[in-house]
Ligand binder design. Sequence first.
Ligand code: AMP
Ligand code: ZN
Length: 133
Amino acid sequence: MPGVLLLKAHRSEGADMSAEGDCIFCQIAKGDIPAAKLFENERLVAFSDIQPVAPFHILVVPREHIATINDLRRKDQSLLGEMVLLAQKLAGEAGLAESGYRLVLNCNADAGQVVFHLHLHVIGGKPLGGLVS
Ligand code: AMP
Ligand code: ZN
């Protein structure tokens, strides 16, 4: 029976399109794929979104491969706090503190998540309209 369990575990991993080896944001974090980085430290990287929806559109990304919000655990509380504070800092440096900006975390298909490595969108530089559009 242990063999069956191992096989299942292996299949599950193999079918996961967001596995770390294939993950574009893991590769950007490692420097294997270029990106317009604004910031990096031991836990986070931030870079410009390749298809910006506003004059300012960056992504704040943990170096650790966490596929979706559903995969967050209690141990990740401080990481999320760091992500929001980095978003605040970079939006502020871009001059958006007063005019405002939006932070977006998409989870899975209905939210339109297409990259399955947790990322915080930081969007601003123009009026963004209503939350649901
Ligand atoms: P989401 O829909 O929340 O999964 O958003 C994924 C975001 O990643 C989109 O806004 C894409 O434009 C962006 N993106 C995808 N590939 C890259 C890349 N190589 N460099 C920068 N941004 C990217
Ligand atoms: Zn990843």
